[in-house]
Design a protein around this ligand. Structure first.
Ligand SMILES: [Zn+2]
Length: 63
């Protein structure tokens, strides 16, 4: 999901190691599905944004 314009794209498959998908408390629910959301910037916003605008670790490198 794009942080800037809110554009979303569905992703059918995940690669790499799985994130933790077991909740530590189910609050009585019977869970049958989990959803992972990847936040970032869509290509349109990346090309429109100044390079350092949304890259947080740049701030850390400067410290
Ligand atoms: Zn966007």
């Amino acid at each position: 999901m794009c942080r800037r314009c809110g554009r979303t794209e569905d992703i059918d498959c995940l690669i790499g190691s799985r994130p933790c998908l077991t909740p530590d408390a189910d609050h009585g629910f019977t869970v049958d599905e989990a959803e992972v959301v990847f936040w970032g910037l869509c290509p349109a916003c990346v090309s429109a944004a100044p390079a350092a605008d949304n890259i947080h670790h740049n701030e850390e490198e400067e410290l």
